[in-house]
Design a protein around this ligand. Structure first.
Ligand SMILES: NC(=O)c1ccc[n+]([C@@H]2O[C@H](COP(=O)([O-])OP(=O)(O)OC[C@H]3O[C@@H](n4cnc5c(N)ncnc54)[C@H](O)[C@@H]3O)[C@@H](O)[C@H]2O)c1
Length: 311
């Protein structure tokens, strides 16, 4: 368990796989990648090219693609020498169980297999894994190369030593690890995001607001506060001098009012249309690349502010 983690295999190089690769590259790791879709190679190369000048602002060392990055033709080839494997295939339980089984067949016996799943239970994903005690969830946030949070979730068969090793590894590459005591669907952060997403869909569906109205409702209000304080500390301040105690007295009764529905509405054709057209209008014809650059530069400035003000 003591070997350092230098060689990483990344399986699936879509949005999240590419994000991990960029973070690993800038932390001077060597990476073997596998994705069954050839076009993903171009996508990855473009993402590296796009993010490179932005990341130069925060990383002192440059990257050397010919030395650090290797494209492989199979899972077997990608994982055989890896010290850690990051799995980023589509969010589909049956597919992930199958891929993890294959990875475990060819990987070194004690290599950590980390799935980026957004909410599937690790106990399910490890169900056909050889030596399942090394399977963990390491759930990141997009863009992975800039957002520090990674949720580490053990399954029923996971050995705590692998969580501890993963904790050290992800912390060493600049991440903030959040270790869950036990697995639950959606983990922590996505449960919070999902509850807001479900309420937002109801509001759009019933015609109370547009996608832009709801985004503005976050961007100019709670979102600004959330960058520094989460829900609990924010509400502590909402209670004035008495803090959370007064907040609970004042707003406790609202918990009985119909302020949330929580159960998601049906994703009907007309609801999908409203959301897709709404977000298109919001992006004002700017490309995904240009919006990503804007977001990335903003996140760097914001994290500097967080360092300055965090408690
Ligand atoms: N997009 C997000 O914001 C986000 C955030 C955190 C976690 N995740 C999780 O990360 C994982 C990947 O999501 P994504 O958004 O990058 O999806 P994506 O669709 O962008 O990428 C998935 C990639 O997996 C590849 N793939 C398909 N079948 C495969 C196989 N059999 N073996 C290997 N690769 C295969 C695809 O070619 C594609 O490149 C999912 O589990 C998702 O829940 C996504």
């Amino acid at each position: 368990m003591k070997q350092p983690i230098e060689n990483i295999a990344v399986i699936g190089t879509g949005v999240i796989g590419a994000g991990w690769i960029i973070r690993f590259l800038f932390n001077q790791k060597t990476i073997c990648v596998y994705d069954p879709q050839l076009k993903q190679k171009k996508f990855l190369e473009n993402e590296i090219k796009r993010a490179k000048p932005i990341l130069k602002k925060i990383y002192k060392k440059n990257i050397n693609l010919s030395k650090q990055l290797k494209f492989c033709k199979s899972i077997q080839e990608a994982v055989k020498n890896a010290d850690l494997i990051q799995e980023n295939a589509p969010e589909n339980e049956i597919l992930k169980i199958k891929i993890v089984k294959e990875i475990s067949k060819y990987a070194k016996k004690n290599t950590i297999i980390a799935s980026s799943s957004s909410g599937l239970l690790p106990s399910k994903i490890q169900s056909q894994c050889l030596n399942p005690k090394r399977l963990i969830i390491a759930h990141p946030f997009n863009p992975v190369y800039l957002l520090p949070l990674v949720e580490l979730v053990p399954g029923k068969k996971t050995d705590k030593r692998f969580i501890n090793k993963a904790d050290k590894f992800y912390s060493n590459i600049g991440m903030k690890t959040l270790i869950l005591k036990k697995e639950l669907p959606g983990y922590l952060s996505d449960r919070l995001q999902e509850s807001m997403w479900r309420e937002s869909l109801h509001i759009i569906n019933e015609g109370y607001a547009t996608t832009k109205d709801l985004d503005d409702a976050i961007i100019y209000g709670p979102g600004l506060r959330w960058s520094l304080m989460g829900t609990f500390l924010t509400f502590h301040l909402a209670g004035g001098k008495m803090g959370m105690e007064h907040m609970l007295e004042q707003f406790g009764p609202a918990l009985k009012l119909p302020w949330t529905k929580l159960k998601a509405p049906t994703l009907s054709k007309s609801l999908k249309k409203k959301i897709i057209e709404g977000t298109k209008a919001q992006s004002k014809n700017k490309s995904i690349n240009s919006l990503s650059n804007r977001r990335d530069n903003f996140l760097i400035d914001l994290q500097n502010l967080l360092l300055k003000y965090k408690i």
